[in-house]
Design a protein around this ligand. Sequence first.
Ligand code: ATP
Length: 499
Amino acid sequence: YDFTMEDVVSLCKRRGIIFPSSEIYNGFAGFYDYGPMGSELKKNVKDAWWRHFVTQREDVVGLDSSIIHNPTTWKSSGHLDGFSDPMVDCKETKLRYRADQLFYAPVIVDGETVGYVCVQEGNDDDMVKAAKKQAKKLKKEKKIDGQAEAFAFKEVIEATEEEMAQIPSPGSGKPTLTMPRDFNLMFETKVGAMSDESSVAYLRPETAQGIFINFKNVLTTSRQKIPFGIAQIGKAFRNEITPRNFIFRSREFEQMEVEYFIPPGDDVWPPMHQEWMDSSKAFLLSVGLREELMGWDVHKGDSLAHYALACTDVTFKFPFGEQELMGIAARGNFDLTQHTEGSGKSLDYFDETLKEKYIPHCIEPSLGVDRLILALICSAYAEDEVGGEKRSLLKFDPKIAPIKVSVLPLVKNKEALVKVARDLYEKLQKRWNVSWDATGAIGRRYRRADEVGTPFCITVDFETIEDDNAVTIRDRDTTEQVRIPLDDVIPYLSKAIDG
Ligand code: ATP
């Protein structure tokens, strides 16, 4: 990348894509708001996903379940007991850290380790910088002579109590970190007038459980037969200990998930799992993810949940490193079995083809909307030169571009010309999100459109009204212009935008 995450964050702010939440109150860590461009972008991404996995398939139906479920749901699913990250608290500063993102950095004076400082995960430069700063502090406090050096090294904390006591907390130089303990990521809330334990409920940390608890409802009302899937897009909430990297890891986010129910059998799930990996990849490429930045990560051993048969992540090379973008898991029949036990209601299925009753297994592709949007912005962000002038643009696929077309009347003061342009604008508006831009030099207007990723600009000029009844359509990426009769504009755009 020839840009950094700071560039992305500032670009999103400047162009009305994403703002820090509650910014006038100094923001709120882990929460973000989508602005005029961002809300269109997000809607387009979700619509494209829905079309790909629901509308264009006969075997997947949609669902929109509530965010707060009966709390027993989370007991059955295992989230109440197991959905946690290891965390350590600093007893002095009261700051909280994700233990698996904390690293020792030994402070070395004249070749001898005199202590440790503790640094949060970051890129290597950040870690070393932070460690050196802490080392200086430690040196001062311990009145050490000589050259103090600190090297951050990537070592996950799995320390004994004794070792932990040696680790000074960030900043203080004193051993004030508690032992790692599990921190449940679910947000608690209270429902109803009672204020005791019985009113505690949770904001869903994933959309998937809403699908499982509706399995029977959907099955009996949709005339689907196994194999079939249920898809859902919606908000999920996780009280992440260290939200980071902008919208990559936030506390409120959106997920797009499918549970695809299949018969049991060791020979059944592998091809289905592969099929969902293939169609997930096809979808990601169809919305403009750059293939060379995409990767696969096959979970093995410890990184595989105990009930899962397989899980493969799609990764993406973000400016801060290669990270999980989505997961595609073969979950066996863990979830429906848990909810059968938890609810006492049978969630089995009689397979007429196999003449067999079973609790269905499932394949789960799970994709974060916000993570995908970050990956798409990183894929689309480009700078080049046009006519000797530097230009920055977002090469969004027309399907997801917030604004599809910008209509530009060449001049403002020629009534007949403005009228043709306005009529065209209003016609296009019935189909797509389009913008009207009548101010400034035409080159400046092109730049404005490029910056927010508008794939087409249409200029209405004197020739349009005096001569050929045609307009000029300019392509954002190539800057090439074609002359198209007014009557052909909609079919031309429709092919380019809707495919
Ligand atoms: P991670 O290891 O990054 O915390 P996870 O493995 O816990 O992610 P899953 O529970 O598999 O994530 O969630 C499925 C998808 O939901 C992820 O691949 C990601 O796209 C999205 N997602 C999960 N947590 C967050 C978050 N805090 N912020 C934004 N998106 C998220």
